[in-house]
Design a protein around this ligand. Structure first.
Ligand code: ADP
Length: 257
């Protein structure tokens, strides 16, 4: 009971809406409360407003209606406090900097001392299993390793909210499944971290998430919220469990409506 009472709300959307200046209703009346330690995936076809919601959460784009709170404050304030971090599908590493310097970059931009940022970058690099490659240049890394480096760069500032927009979309299936397991392992070490994850892939969403928001386009709305009541740690055997198939089916059905 006590643990329940202490669970903090990380993101609160109340009738959140976004209409672009050209009249496109990208997001309409989304109500969602996301708690500390959740792994929530947004699933839906292109154009249903997933990126727009992420841009609003990071404070890059303002809402045109409703209310949005991040870490109990405004999205811009949460970003200033470095409470949120972002991982994109494109790894966006600087080609002329080593893995270590790339991962340390967010701290360098905040004026953290060299000694401290090296220590923190080494910690993040170890978390993603790239210790042997800390001095490598991005061009020397495989696609999966570049994505690990991007994740390390997001983790370096110890975010309370990690936003991932189709991070594994460009990877082959085997690498993708390996990185899914690694991501769950990283998250299990810091269960106060909330992860918001965008994917088109229903299997990926079910494997990773505690909850799935199924979205529909024009206008972008959350059509249903589906719980994945399967405990962690999860391993590959979950992918072939009857429960997995059942939840995949209910997400797929919700997507069709
Ligand atoms: P998703 O990430 O789910 O693919 P987006 O959030 O990118 O969806 O887009 C939602 C809708 O808003 C789409 O119809 C898209 O064309 C439109 N849209 C996105 N950005 C802009 C913009 N800057 N101006 C006008 N319309 C936009």
């Amino acid at each position: 009971m006590e643990a329940m009472a202490n669970v903090k709300e990380r993101v609160r959307m109340e009738r959140l809406s976004k209409v672009y200046p050209n009249g496109t209703v990208a997001v309409q009346d989304v109500n969602l409360s996301i708690r500390e330690g959740e792994f929530l995936s947004f699933v839906g076809p292109s154009g249903c407003g997933k990126s727009t919601i992420f841009k609003m959460i990071t404070g890059l784009s303002g809402a045109t209606g409703g209310k949005l709170e991040v870490m109990g404050t405004s999205p811009k304030q949460a970003r200033k406090q470095s409470d949120t971090a972002f991982v994109f599908q494109d790894h966006t590493l600087l080609p002329w900097s080593s893995v270590l310097d790339n991962v340390a970059l967010p701290l360098a931009l905040r004026g953290v001392s060299r000694q401290e940022r090296t220590r923190e970058a080494e910690r993040a690099i170890e978390l993603v299993g790239l210790k042997e490659h800390a001095r490598s240049m991005p061009r020397q890394l495989s696609g999966g390793m570049k994505m690990r480096a991007s994740i390390a760069r997001a983790l370096v500032s110890r975010p309370k909210l990690l936003l991932m927009d189709e991070p594994f979309g460009a990877l082959d299936e085997i690498t993708r499944q390996t990185l899914q397991l690694e991501l769950l392992d990283i998250w299990s070490r810091d269960r106060e971290m909330t992860v918001l994850f965008v994917t088109h892939n229903v299997f990926e969403a079910v494997f990773l998430s505690t909850r799935i928001a199924v979205m529909t386009p024009r206008p972008g709305k959350v059509a249903s919220l589906i719980d994945v009541p399967v405990p962690f740690p999860r391993d590959d055997s979950f992918r072939s469990a009857p429960e997995f198939g059942r939840i995949v089916r209910s997400v797929s059905d919700a997507l069709k409506h």
